[in-house]
Design a protein. Structure first.
Lengths: 504, 159
């Protein structure tokens, strides 16, 4: 009940005309970046972040999270109408959303997507409300070794559960740490890895990396594919919306199952993309109408959308309570918190309850605002994609570079963004995961500090990571995950040789 | 035409050398045990080693799967499309650091619209200038965020 009282207080913080206006602005900007190719949620938040440095942290986070919701909705829109996922996490929505739109059910598909997304997000926020205080209280007992163990677990789960080549994930993580280490060493205050370049003294901002990797890299990929938008025109009439709402209860199993998958993948660093694919796959396997999947089955829209948004919103929980973000966008927001002088983690719940609960309350309101705004404005945003790419493309490029410059006002960052763009293009083409790199850049210094402080506590002995049950469990679990690709390969080989010996 | 295999090898070599650069940079600052615990080079040193190791792992995997990686990474058509996007963008960055972001924005937008969008030169130029002015008003007045300026702005007395 303690949480409930805090939440009510949060509503009193969030429910002001100014904040509601910020939510609407944030959602509109979010839909815009979600709809435009090359601009996605992580990148959009990075671009907006420097403009919020002068704002009050509560207002700033409301603006940024609302943009996040908007971007998630915008990504689904292009998936359905143009068969082009605006976000990686809405790829699975194209499988059935686009066929539905082609059959003249665009309005139904959009409404279903938005409503199930709203449902998923709501489940995620409820989960945050119930669990965050408890997790934060639990995490108060953490000291440096436990923190390092939690970070290690987060990184290891990328390797173990990532799905792509584990070597590529490790390269991506390692490079993120290396970039984070450039500049001031937060423990000793020494400057390191600058190689005599004065431009590197200030370090490499993760915001520049996100703008380059996600923004410019994504645009290059879009250009290479020879972009052609031939979308389906859609009008969302109130009558269609009401009719579709009436069909929603039919999908309750899919809604609940997908929310559960989404919440789980959001809290662990699996992220929204993995959640939406997993949810789609399960829905297809378990559905009675499995043959309709891929040909415009409504459940094939409901499942990935619910999971995507449930993961997107619950990714905020570990970020707030532990200081370990569950998705790339949450990582960027966490970086923002640190820039505003807030320290994400359990102490935040004690030091700034108004911020924490204002944010959580704003997530309820923000999602309701987002569903309403998106339903009313979607035809407008869909028409943006009909503007020729020779105009939209360069404008996105300009916005990315302006965003890179506003981070610190350094012209060197323009070059850096360009280089990160090339790297992002290469990495995307070769299936190197990018989210681990961003997470490592945001958490690099914190993980290193935690490790070094643990070493000081133990005078250099690694045994401190097994000094009590909690830290031992976390580290062991992390090690299992990190070596999971090896273990599972060995198991498979053994199963194979067993099978062949049986045949022989 | 570049095969996927070549692209993979080149990228893995690149990441391995980045790892090596990190290791060399870290050695400068000591990787042992100092007065205040591990020295500041220690963490980057092991991270660098990890990157080198994983890159070598990638190389080994690529060498093993060589025959499966003969697919085209970038064909002529795609290379042309990427190039026609990349070259003006590179020019934009060079212009931005020399002439300021606003002038570069106007020139870049006008050029791409004119040469690649097939719009009339006057329409393109007007759109470019209009966009630059719009950015100026939004950023400098609404958000009070100053952008990189060049000789034109100082000649006009805009700061």
């Amino acid at each position: 009940m303690e949480n409930f009282a805090s939440l009510l207080h949060g509503f009193s913080v969030a429910l002001t005309t100014y904040h509601i206006a910020l939510m609407i602005v944030g959602v509109l900007l979010g839909i815009l970046v979600g709809v435009l190719p090359g601009l996605g949620a992580p990148n959009g938040v990075s671009l907006l972040l420097p403009l919020t440095f002068t704002m009050d942290p509560v207002s700033a986070i409301i603006l940024l999270t609302s943009m996040y919701w908007g971007a998630l909705f915008g990504g689904s829109t292009t998936s359905i109408l143009f068969n082009i996922p605006g976000e990686p996490s809405s790829v699975a929505t194209t499988f059935d959303g686009y066929p539905m739109a082609k059959q003249g059910q665009a309005a139904q598909a959009l409404t279903l997507a938005f409503l199930s997304a709203g449902f998923g997000a709501l489940v995620g926020v409820i989960l945050i409300t119930v669990l965050s205080g408890w997790v934060a209280k639990f995490a108060l007992k953490f000291s440096s070794p436990e923190y390092f163990a939690v970070y290690f677990l987060a990184f290891a789960s990328f390797v173990g559960l990532g799905g792509t080549s584990p070597f590529k994930t490790i390269v991506s993580l390692g490079l993120g740490f290396a970039f984070a280490a450039v500049g001031m060493d937060t423990v000793s205050g020494a400057l390191r890895l600058t190689y005599g370049f004065s431009d590197l003294l200030g370090g490499i901002s993760f915001l520049i990396a996100v703008i380059g990797l996600f923004g410019i890299g994504e645009l290059m990929l879009t250009m290479e594919e020879g972009l052609r938008f031939d979308g389906i025109r859609a009008r969302v009439r109130p009558r269609d919306v009401i009719k579709t709402i009436a069909t929603m209860p039919r999908y309750w199993v899919a809604l609940l199952r997908s929310s559960a998958i989404g919440c789980w993948m959001g809290i662990t660093p699996g992220g929204p993309t993995a959640a939406s694919f997993m949810s789609y796959g399960l829905a297809k396997r378990l559905s009675r109408r499995r043959d309709g999947f891929g040909k415009g089955e409504p459940e094939g829209v409901v499942a990935p959308e619910t999971a995507d948004h449930a993961a997107g919103s619950s990714a905020i929980l570990p970020m707030l309570a532990l200081g370990v973000p569950g998705s790339a966008t949450a990582a960027v927001m966490m970086g923002g918190l640190m820039i505003w002088g807030l320290n994400p983690g359990p102490m935040l719940f004690i030091e700034r309850p108004d911020f924490v609960w204002g944010l959580i309350a704003s997530m309820y309101l923000g999602n309701i605002v987002a569903v309403l705004v998106v339903l009313t404005t979607i035809p407008l945003f869909a028409s943006i994609l009909r503007i020729p790419f020779a105009i939209i493309g360069p404008i996105i490029v300009v916005v990315c570079f302006i965003g890179a410059y506003t981070v610190a006002g350094r012209s060197f960052d323009l070059w850096l963004a360009l280089v990160f763009g090339l790297v992002g293009y290469l990495f995307k083409k070769l299936d190197y995961p990018i989210a681990p790199l961003v997470l490592a850049m945001v958490l690099g210094d914190k993980a290193e500090d935690a490790f070094r402080q643990s070493m000081i506590m133990s005078r250099g002995s690694l045994s401190i990571f097994w000094s009590n049950g909690l830290v031992g469990t976390l580290i062991t679990l992390g090690l299992v995950l990190a070596f999971w690709p090896l273990v599972s390969a060995a198991l498979r080989k053994r199963a194979k040789s067993d099978a062949s010996s049986v045949i022989a | 035409m570049i095969s996927r295999f070549k692209a993979e090898i080149a990228t893995a070599t690149l990441t391995a050398s980045l790892g090596l650069v990190t290791v060399i940079g870290a050695l400068e600052f000591g990787i042992g045990w100092g007065d205040a615990g591990p020295e500041s080079g220690a963490f980057p040193f092991y991270i660098g080693l990890l990157v080198i190791g994983a890159s070598l792992g990638n190389l080994a995997q690529m060498a093993r799967d060589r025959s499966a990686l003969q697919a085209v990474f970038l064909d002529r058509e795609q290379a042309h499309r990427v190039g026609s996007f990349l070259v003006p963008m590179l020019a934009f960055v060079i212009l931005a650091v020399t002439l300021g972001l606003y002038v570069a924005t106007a020139l870049y937008l006008a050029f791409v619209m004119w040469r690649q969008g097939g719009y009339h030169l006057i329409v393109s130029a007007a759109s470019g200038v209009a966009a630059a002015i719009l950015f100026y008003v939004v950023l400098e007045y609404a958000f009070q965020v100053p952008l990189l300026k060049g000789p034109l702005e100082s000649a006009l007395g805009l700061y």
